[in-house]
Design a protein around this ligand. Structure first.
Ligand code: HEC
Length: 176
C-alpha cells in the first residue's frame, strides 16, 4: 500500500517537473506524502519487489533427442522425489537406493556396495535413457520383483525432464 502511494507521488513529481508550470496553475497542489524525502535528495530507485532469482541455464544440447530439449529445471525439481532414496553426484553414496552416478552404460544392479534385489541383480541389461524411461513409467511392471517402492511417473514429459537431469548430473557423455 505504501508503495502505491509513493509511486503515485513519484509520478506526480515527474509530471510537475515536466510541465514546469505547477506554480502558475491555480489548482491546489496536494503535498506529496513522500515529503520525508529531502528536496534535493534524488528519488530512490524502486526497491526490487522480489529478490532476483538466479536463473540457472544448463545446456542440454549435447544430450540425445528428446533429452536435448528437456527442461532441466523441471527435472531438478522432479528429482526431489528420487532424492529421498538416491544421490546422483559422484561419490554421493547409497541411500535406500543406489548412487546413480555413472548409471548410463552400466549394467543394471551393479553398484558394488549396494544390496540389490535378485530381480535387479540378475536383470542382465545395461541402463540407457530408454530403459530408464520404462523403469520410471512403472517400476513394478518393468521389472517384477524389484525393490524400488516408487509409484512411477505417468507423464512422459516428467520422465523426459527427470531423465535429462539424471543424464546431466550422472556424468553421461555421448558415446558412452
Ligand atoms: C522409496 C525409495 C526410492 C525412490 C523414491 C526412488 N528409488 Fe530408484 N531405487 C530404489 C531402490 C531400493 C532401488 C534398487 C531396487 C532393487 O534392488 O530392486 C532403486 C533402483 C533404481 C535404479 C537402478 C540402479 C542400478 O544400479 O541398477 C535407477 C536407475 C533408479 N532407481 C532411478 C530412480 C529415479 C530416477 C527415481 C525418481 C524418479 C527413483 N529411482 C526413485 C529406491 C527408490
Amino acid at each position: 500500500m505504501r508503495w502505491i502511494i509513493l509511486m503515485a507521488a513519484t509520478g506526480m513529481l515527474t509530471a510537475c517537473g515536466e510541465s514546469g508550470s505547477s506554480e502558475t496553475v491555480g489548482e491546489p497542489v496536494t503535498p506529496a506524502p513522500a515529503s520525508n524525502t529531502a528536496p534535493d535528495t534524488p528519488i530512490p530507485a524502486p526497491a526490487p519487489v522480489a529478490p532476483p532469482v538466479a536463473v540457472e541455464t544448463v545446456d542440454l544440447s549435447y544430450l540425445p533427442m528428446p533429452y536435448s530439449e528437456a527442461d532441466y529445471d523441471a527435472g531438478r525439481r522432479l528429482f526431489r522425489r528420487c532424492s529421498s532414496c538416491h544421490t546422483v553426484a559422484e561419490g554421493g553414496g547409497n541411500r535406500v537406493g543406489p548412487n546413480l552416478y555413472g548409471v548410463f552404460g552400466r549394467e543394471a544392479g551393479s553398484v558394488g556396495n549396494f544390496n540389490y534385489s535378485s530381480a535387479l541383480e540378475t536383470a542382465g541389461f545395461v541402463w540407457t535413457a530408454e530403459q530408464l524411461d520404462g523403469w520410471l513409467a512403472n517400476p513394478r511392471e518393468f521389472l517384477p520383483g524389484n525393490r524400488m517402492s516408487f509409484v512411477g511417473l505417468r507423464e512422459e514429459t516428467d520422465r523426459r525432464n527427470v531423465i535429462a537431469y539424471v543424464l546431466h548430473e550422472s556424468g553421461y557423455s555421448p558415446g558412452n
